[in-house]
Design a protein around this ligand. Structure first.
Ligand code: 5RP
Length: 254
């Protein structure tokens, strides 16, 4: 992996920080303009707050600039589907569009090797499926998501989507295998477990950040536990990451 900036983990100029939303917007618009061209037929639309700026930019190109009129957008969540509909873009699905040119998505943390933690918004299963169907996954994020090692930024841990009946044995197996603590993600006011778009539960595994992990191995081991549907570890998926930085620049990592 390489990056245009050697100061990995640097949070930018603290005296002149742009707002986080501005940083997200900068990353999103830059990535859309570099990757979505008239040759792009099908785009995967990720989930979260940063992707909203990417969809807004796509819509601007369609509705203000009269470009990308045939672009088909495949959503990664209910939220993404709503965004596509709200901006009156062409809604696609994996039945009709199983091969995606570019998927654009956010991330909760990105390390120096471009391993991602995703699923903060609970959409990791569909996000990983769409990413796996895309020729390239382009990640957009603000500067707080950029780390040398996973665990620097994302204190909530790695989201793991599980079959509801198995959440307790899976929690115990993860903790026995790798330590740390896996907790069931609850809705606000502890009204019950969060249910994903695919009807599953989420465990957030807070791993021991100081421990050295081979994330590819960890991901494979987690996927071997019966009842684990998908993990929020994206090990070999991202092609490029665009970070909106605190100083108003964009850093590209690949
Ligand atoms: C949702 C995700 C999001 O892409 C991730 O949480 C980043 O979100 P945001 O753009 O709001 O920082 O993985 O499941």
């Amino acid at each position: 992996s390489s990056t245009t900036n050697k100061n990995m983990g640097d949070k930018g100029d603290k005296t002149n920080k742009i707002a986080l939303d501005e940083a997200k917007k900068l990353a999103a618009r830059t990535a859309v303009d570099e990757w979505i061209t008239e040759d792009t037929k099908i785009v995967g639309i990720g989930s979260g707050s940063t992707i909203v700026f990417a969809v807004q930019r796509i819509a601007e190109r369609v509705w203000k600039e009269g470009a990308l009129c045939d672009l088909i957008c495949v959503p990664t969540s209910f939220q993404a589907r709503q965004l596509i509909l709200d901006y009156n873009l062409n809604l696609g699905d994996l039945d009709r569009n199983p091969i995606i040119d570019i998927a654009i998505d956010g991330a909760d943390e990105v390390d120096s090797r471009m391993v991602l933690i995703k699923g903060g918004g609970g959409c990791l299963l569909q996000e990983k499926i769409v990413a796996s169907c895309a020729k390239h996954l382009i990640v957009i994020a603000d500067y707080t998501k950029r780390s040398l090692r996973l665990g620097e930024q994302w204190c909530k841990g790695i989201p793991i989507e599980v079959t509801p009946i198995a959440h307790v044995p899976i929690k115990l197996k993860i903790e026995a295998l790798f330590g740390g603590e896996a907790t069931l993600r609850m809705a606000l006011a502890k009204a019950g477990p969060i249910i994903t778009d695919s009807g599953n539960f989420l465990l957030d595994w807070r791993f021991v950040a100081k421990r050295e992990f081979d994330w590819d191995e960890v991901n494979r081991a987690l996927m071997m536990i019966p009842g684990v549907v998908e993990t929020g570890l994206f090990v070999d998926n991202a092609h490029k990451c665009y970070f909106g930085m605190a100083d108003g620049t964009v850093k590209v990592q690949n």
